[in-house]
Design a protein around this ligand. Structure first.
Ligand SMILES: Cc1cc2nc3c(=O)[nH]c(=O)nc-3n(C[C@H](O)[C@H](O)[C@H](O)COP(=O)(O)O)c2cc1C
Length: 202
């Protein structure tokens, strides 16, 4: 059986991006394994705009009734949701920018979290409609926040993934990257080890 893995990167720092370097490590290790297929989506290259009213509105019109412009707008979200459905594991390589996730990654979530498509509201609360998937977060930060309320990213990410039904989530932290070479080198080494052991479980 093949494990199809979608690796999503969102660093704005180009070749210096640490989360991207961790994602590249993940991809290299994963591709060296039999039965693992990897797709890489770089959200900085994708240049998704902010979600706006016209695009949101296009989702609320039935396919047959959409104007050509609405068809084009709805296709953006449809394609990203199909890509998510087509994979078994989603890897989110996430830089911390100003205590949040990159706006490029938010723009992705704004398109894959679609009421009635990837989750729905029921009498018992929200129900995820993306089934049988797991996620891995590779979190790169200048400071050290894991396990504290200053980790403003991983609870948010888990909430959004969980809303869609993706509740099995592993996290690898690379923290303290702006706290001197020693701290940074240890953090990156441990993160690479964490990645390697997760790849073994694919
Ligand atoms: C615009 C910007 C904002 C940042 N904000 C934070 C922050 O709020 N907290 C923090 O710990 N590090 C912050 N950093 C440091 C980054 O988290 C760190 O450089 C990390 O490696 C970014 O991931 P990347 O290298 O994959 O882009 C910031 C960096 C940039 C460029």
């Amino acid at each position: 059986m093949t494990t199809r893995t979608l690796v999503i990167t969102a660093s704005i720092l180009g070749e210096n991006g640490q989360s991207k370097a961790l994602a590249e490590r993940f991809i290299a290790q994963a591709e060296s394994r039999d039965g693992v297929e990897v797709t890489h989506r770089d959200l900085v290259a994708s240049e998704l705009p902010h979600l706006g009213l016209a695009e949101l509105g296009s989702w609320q019109v039935s396919e047959e009734e959409r104007t050509p412009e609405q068809r084009e707008l709805a296709a953006r979200s449809d394609a990203l949701i199909k890509e998510l459905h087509d994979h078994d594991v989603v890897v989110l390589a996430v830089p911390m920018y100003n205590f949040g996730i990159p706006s490029q990654l938010k723009a992705w979530f704004d398109r894959v979290m679609r009421a009635g498509v990837t989750f729905r509201y029921t009498e018992n609360g929200p129900q995820g409609l993306v089934e049988g998937k797991r996620a891995i977060i590779l979190a790169a930060r200048g400071g050290q926040y894991a396990g504290t309320e200053m980790d403003t990213q991983t609870p948010h990410l888990k909430l959004m993934l969980g809303m869609m039904g993706i509740t099995e989530v592993d996290t690898v932290f690379a923290e303290g990257l702006a706290m001197g070479d020693d701290t940074r080198n240890v953090a990156l080494k441990e993160a690479r080890q964490g990645i390697d052991s997760l790849v073994e479980r694919l």
